[in-house]
Write a protein that binds this ligand. Sequence first.
Ligand SMILES: *Cc1c(COP(=O)(O)O)cnc(C)c1O
Length: 395
Amino acid sequence: MVNHRKDMYSDKLNLLPPYLFSSLDELKQDKIKKGVDVINLGVGDPDLPTSSHIIDVLCKAARDPKNHKYPSYNGMQEFREAIVKWYKNRFNVSFDADKEVLALIGSKEGIAHLPLAFLNKDDLALVPDPAYTVYKIGTILAGGIPISMPLLKENDFKPDLSRLNKRVRRSAKILFINYPNNPTSATADENFYKEVVDFAMDNDLIVCNDNAYSEIYFDGYRPPSFLEIKNAKNVGVEFNSLSKTYNMTGWRIGYIVGNEDIVRGLGKVKTNIDSGIFNVVQIAATEALLGDQSCVEDNRRVYKERRDVLVKGLKNLSFDVKNPLATFYVWAKVPDGYDSISFSRFLIDNAGIVVTPGVGFGEYGEGYIRFALTESIERIEECINRINLLKGEGL
Ligand SMILES: *Cc1c(COP(=O)(O)O)cnc(C)c1O
């Protein structure tokens, strides 16, 4: 390491939460090295491939030299218009493709950069806990202070906005929400979103809903968009992504839609940091949004079958789990006598099963583990069999 007289890392970097899982990672690597057949339900990355009609468009576009240049900052016109069409068709919400839509290098990129546009030093942002960590980290990197909103089971994993004290709600600038939710798999209805819009108008807040799982739904349920709600576009934006809907996590393409001023703020930050998304990827993403949607239907069928096997199996083993109506996660209470890390460790060590400890998503995730439905149905059955064999051996 360089021998610096000064503190090598910035205060902001030092403020980021510590990485909690190094010992779990080591244990997992150790098992793999020893030849254990590890079942990985830890990462939220689809195991299914991108549909071939999307890949065909990518390959063809890649051969056209005019696609090799710097892309535009805000995204190709045809991609932004495809997003507008898709939202109109799916949620009956309309946007101006020039002012209310911005292409992102995956929604994570936009979420991480958005606070830079709106927070001054020590400004507050309200973030759910447990949550996708980027809301909190984006806030810290922008010099802001994240204020946790606990997502508790007794509130169906929604934040209790009425519990936020007056000083906090008056001074906060951003409110992050994420439904369908990672990691709890909770969903939100129009009434909750109405409450959020009213709260944001009363307290002059920017609302960011992360709707990355809008198309992973089951049993006749269909998640709404936050922006369907009256006045929502006056206070907020929604992030969405092709990652989960079209199994395109590695492609790095997502977008933000909604309030023109908020979109413009993020756009100004991005103009000064990145230079857009490879046009070839945008052309293929346009095909994804406007082309045959049967791949999305197929996806849902696969996840539903896996969910049914996992949830039924866990319930038979006396786990406290709810059948999720959306997302590809199952959020389960850890058995008595364990916390989320010790139980995750127990599962790797004794059954070769990798899950994510809830505490990795925030302190209110303690007491839970998250299973991702990203292995085949046979592997999930095997996972249940292995847990069953642990009965009497510490379970
Ligand atoms: C997977 C995921 C995303 C999508 O991220 P991309 O950067 O678009 O791949 C966004 N939010 C949440 C909560 C996620 O789980």
